[in-house]
Design a protein around this ligand. Structure first.
Ligand code: HAM
Length: 416
């Protein structure tokens, strides 16, 4: 038997209902905040990610799905931000309106060791606001993430925020870490010894017990931030306070991608175990310029859909439960059912029937399994009398309805 690739999942129809609902809620909320959908290709030139995420990041070093095509090296996108910045520049979007707000859904690919909440093909719901340095935009983006979680009925999450400052401040932080960690290298795990040379900020994310001890003794405060960066961060915090959004300033939150500056944030949830980030984001004020575009501050975030569904526990009984099920007893009645199905669908009423020649009992069991709202039973007798038996599956009552009354009655009861 052919099996799926490790770290990928089939989203079967019952679960797909939850995905549709998450997307629908997201579209509504993004629209409230005036974000517009963007769809970019799943493959990009690999160099896009090397340049934006950073050569020494774990994603670029170890996790890219690469495709060689003659002289070209492509990558399955590991995230959306770099692609959207590329699209913003390549399509000259800044020429018509420099400030743009985008949202997106879609699969991302990272060659990771699969475990609960960590897949090789996973999905993002995210947004990017490009073209502004205003700290109020940071507040809007974090508030938007918070609104989405509330609308998804996710509870008990925590928003952690920090500031990396400007590029210069970030370099200062790196130098500070270098100085403090140099004498403690022997106590760090093998990965962190490599990170010390290649991507020192990542040491602050290490979960190894020994590394955690070293990190907790580092005593790094926010002295690496210049006064402007400090002012920016204060305005972000004040804005979040004004909106009563709960957050926790987390000094060692640095994020794994090179493009981040100033505000970074991560939203964690206790039900997720080791992979506890539901979503994350931050500012990337230099990326647009670095990829060949204009000077344009930007900020965004992405949620991992699979993790949202774990945290939400697939609660909420999503899904359309207004299906009508038709049961035709006898050849003539079956023929009539086919016409009626067509008529119902033309009236935007979703309906189905039995295609397996089930008995009345079997067809009723099927209707039950499908959790339909109403069942219409039509036998030769009913046909002769011009009536249809309408069974309400919520109240378990049934009545006889005149054919010509049926559509009006159903529309009334389904409120459509
Ligand atoms: P990220 O932290 O790499 O950020 O990914 C965002 C979220 O995607 C994570 O918090 C997690 O929920 C989910 N995720 C990441 N990797 C996996 C995986 N292997 N399996 C399942 N879920 C995963 C970004 O990608 C940035 N582009 C976010 C951003 C947007 N920053 C600014 N704008």
């Amino acid at each position: 038997m052919q099996k799926k690739v490790p770290g990928t999942r089939d989203i079967l129809p019952e679960e797909a209902l939850f995905w549709q609902e998450l997307e629908k809620i997201s579209r509504d909320i993004f629209t409230l905040y005036n974000y517009k959908e963007i769809r970019t290709p799943l493959i990009e030139g690999a160099s896009l990610f090397n340049r934006s995420l950073g050569e020494s990041t774990e994603i670029v070093q170890k996790q890219m799905f690469l495709i060689k095509n003659k002289e070209e090296l492509y990558a399955l996108r590991p995230e959306g931000t770099a692609s959207i910045v590329r699209a913003y520049i390549e399509n000259n979007l800044d020429k018509t309106a420099r400030f743009r707000k985008f949202y997106y859904f879609g699969p991302m690919f990272r060659l990771e060791r699969p475990q609960r909440g960590r897949l090789r093909q996973f999905h993002h719901i995210g947004c990017e606001a490009i073209g502004s340095l205003d700290p109020d935009l940071d507040v809007e983006v974090i508030a938007l993430a918070d609104s989405l979680l509330k609308a998804f009925s996710v509870k008990d999450y925590k928003i952690k925020i920090n500031s990396l400052g400007s590029l210069k401040d970030k370099k200062e932080l790196i130098a500070l870490l270098n100085k403090k960690l140099k004498s403690k290298l022997s106590a760090l795990c093998a990965d962190c010894k490599t990170r010390f040379k290649k991507n020192i900020l990542r040491i602050l994310d290490c979960k190894n017990d020994n590394c955690l001890k070293v990190i907790s003794g580092l005593e790094i405060d926010d002295s690496y931030l210049c006064s402007q960066s400090r002012e920016h961060f204060s305005r972000v915090k004040a804005g979040l306070d004004a909106l009563s959004i709960n957050y926790e300033v987390t000094p060692y939150l640095v994020r794994g991608l090179d493009y981040y500056t100033h505000t970074v944030f991560e939203i964690v949830h206790k039900d997720l175990g080791a992979q506890d980030a539901l979503g994350a984001g931050g500012r990337y004020d230099n990326l647009v310029k670095e990829l060949g575009g204009p000077e344009a501050g930007a900020i965004g975030f992405a949620f991992g859909v699979e993790r949202l569904l774990i945290a939400q526990g697939l609660r909420g009984a999503f899904g359309v439960k207004s299906l009508i099920y038709l049961i035709g007893l006898g050849e003539q009645a079956k023929q009539y059912c086919r016409v009626l199905l067509d008529e119902l669908r033309s009236n935007k009423i979703s309906c189905d029937t039995d295609y397996e020649n089930k008995s009345l009992k079997g067809a009723m069991r099927q209707a039950n399994d499908l959790q339909v709202r109403f069942v219409l039973i039509i036998g030769d007798d009913e046909l002769k009398k011009g009536i249809i038996t309408l069974k309400d599956m919520h109240s378990s009552t049934q009545e006889e309805v005149k054919k010509e009354e049926l559509m009006r009655l159903l529309k009334e009861r389904l409120k459509c």
